[in-house]
Design a protein around this ligand. Structure first.
Ligand SMILES: Cc1cc2nc3c(=O)[nH]c(=O)nc-3n(C[C@H](O)[C@H](O)[C@H](O)COP(=O)(O)O)c2cc1C
Length: 577
């Protein structure tokens, strides 16, 4: 500590107010806010730093109830529109979330930004005009913290079309709205963010957010430099044995003959182990992550489909028109598309994670499909995707994939990791004839020999004959396991990636559920090797995550049984003698 540091109690007070500031939407009282207190809070806001000392903010104080009722109606419309856009697995959660307290507070404060204030020579804004609203946002934060110290709750409402709100407020045209705040005394402050308490989202640990030197070297100051993969693997623990024992016992107490729900009972027990609690929470919301990449081995003529179909189908996923979108809607899941290695350009769109590591892999018959750096990056893309989706509140993840020629890479990996002959694990993919199948087997054999693939070094084997989406799925499976979040495996691509992931971290397999049995022979071989029983067997061979999506209601049913079915004791039903 330097001589300039605040005394201990003052420093503690600063950190305390930061930690205990909350966005408040419920529990307000309508007691008026004292003028002196409000002036202190506004003075704190007014001391915020600003670009070129432009002080671009103004504070519009609203108390008139009729005016606020009009504004509340605007927010209600936006809320309805947002609710209508949600996957059904999120709708139920959102129903219980309050997003504004416009009329439940005595005072609303609109913080505006004048982007012209400071003049044309505003120091620092010349290069980046966003600095003006950023400065106004800092005033909001000061206001928020000072209000908390005064015991006042603040709730930020962003459910507005800004132009509509500006018109309703009759604001001069040169002003931008930065924040709409509901301010008042509260019965109590929530102990954690409301969105955490409701299960909508989770806090991200600080370790995920601090990078050293280059983006991606994540660790706390003074922390040891380890790769994201190493850190993730170190965080994976076996599924919780005590929770599984409790679930097994509970299965025996539920009002049904023991074992009568077959595979669902085993699944429910496994879910308890994954979440480390019995009964397990409902596996909801659900997110499907479709990892897309292209394959250099396509040049060897292993698929009748042109490579550009990968890019085109990614466009279809993003437009909501593919099978996985329809099935996702059916089971209430959101679909995220991860471009980890598509050869073509994928235009930005909501739901896209643009994480291209390369424009497809190299041809595995000529050498490794990926460089060591590429495979590492693709694994990290998968880990990060898992982190993002879990932090967004998802409690069940589903793998999906897209990549013309990716069953070739899958068969190569499956042969390498199961020790089975290439012929036994190679299928017809999107539908190839006997001649092309024989050719495909030959291509895979060649790739395994050329690269001297050795499953004892799983990451090197993955780099040699895998795909960028296989690597990302493997990372996704490890990242999810590290966060104790179950993942439903789709078909042959996910199963082959799971073989790699299990070789890297055996305990991770305790968090995976086999969604379905694909007709691709490699999928069954991999599932046998993984010891997983597929939930659905419908002769599917589409990929995209389709089979896994179909099994989501079964996974949820397994949890619901443990959560909701009465026990013999509680229902007063006599157990079998
Ligand atoms: C820019 C911004 C906009 C926000 N908009 C809303 C909103 O429209 N409705 C709402 O209920 N909360 C809103 N919030 C509050 C956040 O949900 C909240 O800050 C977050 O969940 C963390 O909780 P905490 O503030 O209690 O720590 C907003 C917060 C910020 C910073």
């Amino acid at each position: 500590m330097t001589d300039h540091a605040f005394p201990d109690d003052a420093r503690a007070a600063v950190h305390d107010v930061i930690a205990r500031r909350r966005d408040v939407r419920r529990g307000f009282t309508l007691d008026p806010v004292d003028d002196e207190v409000l002036t202190r809070v506004l003075a704190a806001a007014h001391q915020a730093p600003s670009v070129g000392l432009s002080q671009p903010w103004d504070f519009l104080l609203l108390t008139d109830v009729e005016q606020r009722a009009h504004i509340q109606a605007l927010a209600a419309r936006q809320r309805d529109a947002f609710a209508a856009s949600l996957p059904s697995g999120r709708t139920r959660l959102f129903d219980g979330i309050k997003v504004e307290a416009i009329l439940q507070t005595p005072l609303n404060v609109v913080v505006t930004c004048d982007p012209t204030r400071g003049g044309p020579y505003t120091l620092g804004r010349h290069a980046d005009p966003r600095m003006a609203p950023f400065s106004a946002a800092l005033a909001v934060q000061n206001l928020w913290l000072a209000a908390r110290a005064e015991g006042l709750g603040v709730g930020w409402v962003s459910f507005f079309d800004p132009d509509e709100l500006a018109r309703e407020l009759g604001l001069p045209g040169h002003l931008e709205i930065v924040a709409y705040l509901c301010v008042g005394h509260v019965e109590q402050f929530p102990p954690a963010p409301e969105l955490v308490l409701s299960g909508w989202a989770r806090r991200r640990p600080l370790t995920w957010a601090v990078h050293h030197g280059a983006w991606g070297d994540r660790r706390l100051p003074g922390g040891e430099a380890v790769s994201l993969l190493t850190e993730t693997v170190a965080a994976i623990v076996p599924a919780d044995a005590a929770a599984m024992r409790a679930a097994e016992e509970r299965q025996g107490q539920l009002t049904k003959p023991r074992g009568s729900l077959g595979v669902l009972e085993e699944l429910g027990t496994r879910l308890a182990g994954m979440y480390a609690v019995c009964p397990p929470p409902m596996p909801e919301p659900v997110a499907i992550a479709v990892f897309a990449g292209d394959h250099g081995v396509h040049a060897q003529g292993v698929s009748p489909w042109p490579q550009e179909v990968t890019t085109q189908m990614v466009g279809n996923f993003l437009a909501g028109g593919a099978v996985i979108n329809a099935l996702g809607r059916q089971v209430g899941a959101e679909v995220t598309v991860v471009d980890v290695g598509v050869a073509g350009d994928v235009p930005d769109a909501p739901g896209l994670l643009a994480r291209k590591v390369a424009r497809g892999t190299a041809d595995m018959t000529q050498g490794p499909a990926m460089t060591p750096e590429q495979v590492q990056q693709a694994l990290e893309v998968g880990i990060d995707a898992a982190r993002d989706l879990v932090a967004q509140g998802n409690r069940l993840l589903v793998t999906g994939d897209m990549g013309i020629a990716n069953t070739t890479a899958s068969a190569a990996l499956t042969s390498a990791f199961t020790g089975l002959d290439v012929e036994q694990v190679t299928g017809r993919g999107t539908g190839i004839d006997d001649a092309m199948l024989a050719h495909k087997v030959g291509v895979i054999r060649r790739a395994l020999v050329v690269n001297a693939v050795d499953a004892a070094d799983p990451v090197a084997a993955l780099a040699a004959v895998g795909g960028l989406e296989h690597a990302a799925v493997a990372g996704f499976l490890l990242g999810s396991a590290a966060l104790r979040t179950p993942v439903v495996l789709d078909g042959v691509i996910a199963c082959s990636a799971a073989l790699v992931a299990r070789a890297i971290a055996p305990d991770a397999a305790g968090y995976w559920v086999a969604g379905h049995r694909s007709v691709e022979p490699g999928a069954s071989a991999a599932l046998d090797h993984l010891g997983l029983t597929p939930l659905v067997d419908l002769d599917l061979r589409l990929g995209e995550g389709s089979g896994a999506a179909l099994s989501v209601p079964l996974v949820q049913s397994a949890a619901r049984v443990l959560r909701e079915v009465a026990t013999f004791d509680s229902a007063g039903v006599t157990d079998k003698a």
